[in-house]
Design a protein around this ligand. Structure first.
Ligand SMILES: Cc1cc2nc3c(=O)[nH]c(=O)nc-3n(C[C@H](O)[C@H](O)[C@H](O)COP(=O)(O)O)c2cc1C
Length: 333
């Protein structure tokens, strides 16, 4: 009632001003709630079993990634290994069930690390105790070694049926010096263009960086490909455009739509025989500002992810990156 009267008596400008205030207040509450919920679950401030599992996965991945490095550094990853062992110890103190997938994957990756170093006659005997201590049951032992690939094998995967195509996708972090042409990029973008999005808004933008100095500059700030990324031919930055959204309830939609589009891009590159690695855009405020300046990214764009792009080398290694079993995350209602 009061609202109706106010609408009648107040000038339009005042109504718009009040509405804006109200939307800002709703938005503030929504972002505050997000912040609280996020911080009450993240592993930096919490230590549930799920938090520990997450850290074990991350530490393990950094070791398996190092095992695929074309500039392999014997003895690499001391910090990740020490964190991994620490988290495994903590995990085992909390539960009898150390035969979890995550745990056995970690042991397998440490075992692969030991084997690789034994072959090079580098002493890593300090790791044997942890493997002995947490010996996992043999049915959970899977091959966690790196995957050896050839260019011809990878190209053959391009046109396999979707079952094999999808199962053979993996991140490729180092490339050959062969160029990725504009025609190839156009083919890829045309194929990826069919991605779904909420209300078909397609709020993504793609920045294609070809200048090698800029690629180095951006990746030095991004940090996720440090020690990898030989011969990157193109670096893409996928952003989402906030101008396509109306209110705070849609605050994550751009990330979701651009994320779906990015997945389509990864598949489209694979279809055209080109390797990719998705790269995070988890940046501090200052780093984000620097990258925005380098690439002239508009204020209305959210940085969603980078994607490194290049042709397959003749022989190269990729991580196995074992995936969780579907039962570990699917809940039927
Ligand atoms: C959004 C996103 C960000 C990623 N960021 C990085 C990164 O910064 N550096 C990196 O080497 N890999 C990055 N990756 C690749 C993941 O490490 C990789 O997808 C994961 O280990 C699974 O391996 P797979 O892609 O070979 O199946 C990222 C992947 C995604 C989807």
């Amino acid at each position: 009632m009061i609202k109706k009267v106010l609408y009648k008596v107040l000038p339009k400008k005042i109504i718009q001003f009040l509405q804006k205030k109200k939307y800002m207040w709703i938005a503030k509450n929504a972002f505050d709630q997000d912040r609280k919920r996020f911080m009450s679950s993240v592993y930096s401030f919490n230590s549930s079993l799920a938090n520990l599992e997450a850290q074990i996965i991350i530490n393990s991945h950094s070791i398996e990634k190092g095992l695929t490095n074309i500039n392999f550094r014997p003895g690499f990853g001391k910090r990740a290994l020490s964190d991994l062992v620490y988290n495994m110890e903590k995990y085992s103190e909390r539960t009898e069930v150390i035969n979890s997938e995550v745990f056995s994957n970690a042991i397998n990756i440490i075992t692969a690390y030991i084997e690789k170093h034994n072959n090079l006659a580098v002493d890593v005997s300090y790791l044997k105790d942890i493997v002995q201590k947490f010996k996992v049951s043999s049915d959970l032992v899977i091959d966690c070694n790196v995957v050896n690939n050839s260019k011809s094998g990878k190209i053959k995967e391009s046109h396999l049926d979707f079952f094999k195509f999808s199962n053979s996708r993996s991140s490729v972090r180092d490339y050959s010096s062969e160029i990725v042409s504009s025609k190839e990029l156009t083919n890829v973008f045309s194929l990826a263009n069919n991605a779904p999005s909420a209300c078909n808004r397609q709020p993504w933008q793609v920045h294609v960086i070809s200048d090698k100095n800029k690629i180095t500059e951006v990746l030095t700030l991004q940090k996720g490909l440090k020690g990898y990324g030989t011969n990157i031919q193109k670096l893409l930055l996928i952003t989402s455009d906030n101008r396509f959204f109306s209110n705070v309830h849609e605050r994550n939609q751009g990330f979701i739509d651009a994320g779906m589009y990015s997945m389509n891009l990864l598949y489209a590159f694979k279809y055209y025989g080109i390797g990719t690695c998705a790269l995070n855009a988890e940046l501090s405020k200052n780093t984000e500002k620097l990258i925005r300046d380098i690439l002239s990214i508009k204020n209305y764009e959210n940085l969603v992810m980078f994607i490194s792009v290049g042709k397959y080398p003749n022989d190269f290694k990729t991580t196995k990156s074992p995936k969780k079993s579907i039962n570990s995350y699917i809940k039927y209602h």
